[in-house]
Design a binder for this molecule. Sequence first.
Ligand SMILES: O=C(O)CCC(=O)C(=O)O
Length: 262
Amino acid sequence: MASRLRLVRPTAGTDGDSAPNPSVSSKAAAGEREGEAKRPEPPRREVTDLGGGSEVVHVPRFVAQDTAWEWFDCLDKTIPWTRPPIRVFGRFADQPRDMCYVADEGLAVLKYSGYQPHVHSWDEFPVLKNILKAVHEALPGSYFNSLLLNRYKNGSDYVSWHADDEPLYGPTPEIASLSLGCERDFLLRKKPTKSQAASGSGEAARKRLKVAAPQQKHYFLLKHGSLLVMRGYTQRDWQHSLPKRAKASSPRINLTFRHVLA
Ligand SMILES: O=C(O)CCC(=O)C(=O)O
């Protein structure tokens, strides 16, 4: 499906990011006068309107490459990664990636696929507080109080199709996802509507629908240091996945910042 893509350059000073932007280089283009300190250009944003009140914002160069590698190395070493057993189609199997969960104290409990992760405190990981600050500055009005971290050792680790539509996030959660390390493909597909789902269950219904109408899909390449934000009704109406990829030969760390409702 062709994406409805808008390129948006946010007002300088509201993004809190110093990633270079090669498309604007001259002083005149930046509106800089002689003697004035040069303000870092905010990074380029690509906004994809998924329709029906769902939106994805992609910031390919959210953070400078060297800072992103510092974050990667620190998280790789200091996070107490675990690979818990989760329930898939009624059977328990190891989750196909490492994970860790960090959240404010006293929030509603997160549980997915029969698993309730241990809740770590932000105070245990100073680097996460710095990253959270950078994400908050880039997304004015956002307030994230929890974080799910994933580590993919290589292309055989993955996340299957799902939506982060747990009630504890509310009907229109904003979820900000930071990528560090090996670049990976990220896919979105439209959930079947209620009437379509009623005509059959799961994959069988999906296959029948494909014949009737091509399924709406979007693809993003998540590079080292990029940020992808899902907004509006994206969790209600869409599913996302990070598929296995033979060509992905090195580790990737992903941080998804979320807001758990009080
Ligand atoms: O690693 C990613 O980019 C996706 C992670 C994800 O889908 C999730 O944590 O819900």
